[in-house]
Design a protein around this ligand. Structure first.
Ligand SMILES: [Zn+2]
Length: 253
């Protein structure tokens, strides 16, 4: 960690966490309500650093305010409670649209056919440090913390994939130094998901996970953080490697 950042963080830690922020978190973030005092202290530090070190930008007419930024920062810090990452070091900016936004896409399918067009999106993660969200989606997820879907957890998982090479298929700085078993379990489980879908069996996870291995990791992460029971029952190998990778037990969140 850089010396200046270290110094800034220490300075922040010396002043109390703002009471209005505590109220906003208590009113909106179920995981915060459940934390014990030790977890809260750790979480509040992370949220504060996030607010200080990342920039937030409203797009498409979005009016951001401190409360909205705080809630996004809080959700982004939940997957980090086991210290898997020092606040997504390559992430610089969070862009927020009021609702679903339109973006051009270009992708090649399994058959090699390239398709192009414009699609509606509610969030995305760019490998060089930008997260994009629709505020409507973030607000919906805050109101439905146990439905197994969370756009911030999902996009933050992509950031960790870039950082750690969780799937071993994207560019990463560490090339899986963190959790060597993760990529192979993800790969075999991803194949299992495709087979399940082919045979028409229920999966209890968002079928968007079948898109590719990166989306599989992101969807597994968001479902596991909100509904660990589902992943534990249906995907026990995945539950094991996610617990090790994140160093976290979502039952306590
Ligand atoms: Zn994704």
């Amino acid at each position: 960690m850089g010396m200046i950042r270290n110094w800034r963080r220490k300075k922040l830690d010396r002043t109390p966490f703002p009471d209005p922020w505590r109220r906003i978190l208590s009113d909106n973030v179920i995981q915060y309500k459940k934390m014990d005092s030790h977890q809260r202290e750790k979480f509040e530090s992370k949220v504060r650093y996030f607010m200080e070190e990342k920039s937030f930008e409203g797009c498409g007419g979005m009016e951001l305010d401190e409360a909205k930024n705080l809630l996004i920062a809080a959700l982004a810090c939940i997957p980090l409670m086991g210290d898997v990452s020092d606040l997504y070091p390559y992430l610089r900016s969070v862009l927020v649209y009021p609702s679903e936004y339109r973006a051009p896409y270009r992708e090649s399918g399994i058959d090699g056919v390239v398709s192009e067009g414009v699609e509606s999106r509610s969030g995305e993660s760019w490998d060089q440090g930008v997260l994009v969200f629709s505020w409507d989606e973030v607000a919906y997820d805050l109101r439905h913390p146990r439905d197994g879907a969370n756009i911030v957890f999902h996009e933050c998982a992509h950031q960790l994939d870039y950082e750690w090479g969780a799937t071993m298929e994207s560019f990463s700085w560490h090339r899986m130094a963190k959790e060597p078993g993760l990529a192979s379990v993800l790969k075999s489980s991803y194949k299992k998901l495709l087979e399940k879908l082919d045979s028409g069996r229920p999966t209890r996870i968002d079928e968007y996970a079948a898109t590719n291995i990166h989306e599989f990791f992101a969807v597994m992460t968001e479902t596991w953080l909100e509904r660990p029971d589902r992943i534990r029952t249906d995907w026990p190998e995945v539950e094991k490697v996610l617990s090790d990778f994140y160093n976290l037990n979502p039952d306590f969140l």
